[in-house]
Design a protein around this ligand. Structure first.
Ligand code: FPP
Length: 237
């Protein structure tokens, strides 16, 4: 057994960056980079299963991504739908449970239907929790949580005692998901880009120079090895 599978992080979150640059360097349209990126998604899911990672969260579409040119948004939505339709049986076979976080009501009909279907079909699976962040923004998530708290309080369904960090986070999209232990970002960029701001407070960060479509199983294992060498102190000594 290799070191990755002996002591893996429980939850890995990934900012999948660099699809556009990957396509540009090959004189291809940007959507070709996203298409190649979907292959890396498949490979990283398999690698997480092999390494006994329990939660994998992928930043697949941000709230800001809606501002990209319409053809690119349409291509990403189509790709998501195609991925879900063509991979549900593999997720099922590999005992992967799909979940999604974000303002899901913003999604167009096709991907939304495919998403609901895959979530429902895989809901009893137990090996890996795959969480897709879709129409996701961390500031939006925090505002949605606050609005939910206000609404429940007005309705008399929440007592008026002071919030704590643990009572507050029950209102985030991730209420049933542990915080990421390891955050990976590809393409060498040192940014968080509105991703899981609350949840990554104590995550270890690994920046890969690889563009997302080039990121493979060995790169994931390298990130896990790096994580295993860290000394996590959570602000203590
Ligand atoms: C960032 O690269 C990537 C995205 C905005 C989309 C991520 C989507 C995928 C990996 C493919 C589909 C996903 C699933 C779950 C099937 P970028 O376009 O910002 O790259 P750039 O910075 O080089 O332009």
């Amino acid at each position: 057994m290799s070191s990755e599978t002996e002591n893996p992080p429980k939850h890995i979150a990934i900012i999948m960056d660099g699809n556009g640059r990957w396509a540009k360097s090959r004189n291809l349209p940007r959507w070709k980079g996203h298409e190649a990126g979907a292959e890396s998604v498949r490979e990283v899911i398999d690698a997480c299963i092999e390494a006994n990672v329990q939660y994998l969260t992928l930043y697949a579409f941000s709230t800001e991504n809606w501002n990209r040119p319409k053809p690119e948004v349409t291509a990403l939505m189509k790709l998501l739908e195609k991925f879900l339709v063509s991979h549900t049986s593999d997720l099922q076979k590999n005992n992967v449970k799909l979940q999604a976080i974000g303002r899901l009501k913003d999604l167009t009909q096709g991907p939304m239907n495919a998403l609901s279907k895959t979530i429902s079909e895989t809901k009893n699976n137990t090996k890996l929790n795959l969480i897709l962040a879709l129409s996701y923004g961390s500031r939006e998530e925090i505002v949605d949580a606050v609005n939910n708290i206000i609404k429940l309080t007005k309705e008399g369904n929440l007592d008026n005692t002071e919030l704590t960090t643990s009572s507050f986070e029950k209102h985030l999209y991730t209420s049933n998901i542990p915080d990421p232990d390891l955050l990976i970002r590809t393409s060498g960029e040192m940014r968080i880009s509105n991703f899981l701001l609350w949840q990554i407070s104590y995550s270890e960060i690994f920046i890969s120079e690889k563009l997302w479509p080039d990121f493979n199983k060995n790169d994931l294992f390298e990130a896990i090895d790096s994580y295993n060498k860290r000394d996590r102190r959570y602000g203590e000594v």
